[in-house]
Design a protein around this ligand. Sequence first.
Ligand SMILES: C[S@@+](CC[C@H](N)C(=O)[O-])C[C@H]1O[C@@H](n2cnc3c(N)ncnc32)[C@H](O)[C@@H]1O
Length: 492
Amino acid sequence: MSTELLSLAKYLAASRSEFELSELNQYLSKKYSEKELYELLKPHFYDLDLFCESNKCTKLVKHALQVDEAVIGQLEAQLKNPALTPRIEKLIGSYIERKCGRNWYTGGTGQLIRENIVKQKEEYWKGKAQYPRIRMISYLLYHFPVYFCQFQYLLLDLLKVGLLTNKMSILDVGSGPGTITLSTLDFLKKLQDVYSSRKIDEKLNIIIDSIEPVKENIDCYIELTSDYLGGVLPGNTMINLNKPVHMSVEKAKLSKGFDLLVFSNILAEMKAPPQHRADAIEKLAAGKNPAVIIIEPADLVNSKALRISQSALIRKGFTVYSPCTSIWGIMCDCRDCWSFREAGHIRVPGFMRTIAGTDVPYRYINTDMKFSYVVLRKDGLTEQKYQAKGKFIRLSNLKKHIKKRINVVASVMSGNLGDEKNFVFKLCDSTSSIPVYAVLPYYHMTEKNRQLFDAAYGNIIEIFGSLVRENAELSSFNLLITRNTSINLVHI
Ligand SMILES: C[S@@+](CC[C@H](N)C(=O)[O-])C[C@H]1O[C@@H](n2cnc3c(N)ncnc32)[C@H](O)[C@@H]1O
């Protein structure tokens, strides 16, 4: 592209709130069609702060995406019944058919895929994902749907507090088949549909970069995302998907400042021990103040490892936005923390049901959204602003209060870990390295203590009059919630 064209576009972008692309021809020595102008300038629209349709460009001033109660309500209603949208389900189904034939779920191929799903799971539980043959197919069939759906809950959290912007640069690290990229595109489509139903005009210009060391995964990423972008795009949305960087995250040097960095299910696959994984994350987050989202599986080993990496990042100057809160102004060292969010079950996608067949189908059905995550920032921004005052006992001091009734304030860091007779919730106030649980026997449930159930993952509760018990066997403390205990969900 000529420097004359780019300089002119820069000038118009800086001096006008909108302009027609055809206007450029008035000042250029060489004339272009509107289509040519659009294609030539497309890679520069983002840096020029422009939103452009085929004939017209509008100046884009970066701001938090518009939200109000109605927008959030509509999105929450959609996420209440989590499922792959028909378009994504079709996209994945067609990809599998293209790679494995129309009858992919029968005969030798079906058998191989089923074996692979089981093998991938076993390797994963041993902490060593190997991805043997047909790895992408079995990943798409078994893991993709849950990871795709759960990520949209985190996007919604960020949208609510203004951390998603109309001009946004996103990095999908260890992108695999494109789970996070596709989930983001699908979320933006849902959002634009809501905007349009509420007559809200919000123009978006989004760039997505990705890093992935496995060539086969990159091919899958390119195929799936191109298919998606080849279909109907959400109105008012410009998407620039850059070619994936074929490299491991440790070696990647991307100097751009990103707004959102996503590491979804990749930390466990990095060769370095958990505390050193932070080095690569720090390098990519340099320059700006991005929201760094790290998601890992909920199992004990991977979940605890995530918290160790999280601690290392805190030592490097990052602050935790969510889910942990430094209620007493300090952050724990997270050496021994097993905590994960539960977001319910997704609807079984058609292709998953097909491969499951009727023979021990549970082996091939994966719908449970349980994940460990952290959102980090560098500016001290936190989801919960609450600061405790003197009337509460810190969880690190529980040993001194065994068998006494005390008041504490803490975040609820799990769903119910017990059963219907005894409800058990993990608590944390960031002071204690020993696990602490609130235990509420069903027969002690009252109007005064049932707010325990209203607390979402990461929400803060004040507990008045709970009985401290030591669980020597599990090296933990239980706070017994009785009918004399009252609980207050903190709203900030
Ligand atoms: C479990 S998959 C997750 C894919 C996707 N992010 C998701 O959530 O579905 C892990 C991905 O990380 C990639 N990966 C493994 N080690 C990596 C590294 N050192 N740097 C970047 N990516 C890596 C793998 O090739 C694979 O695509």
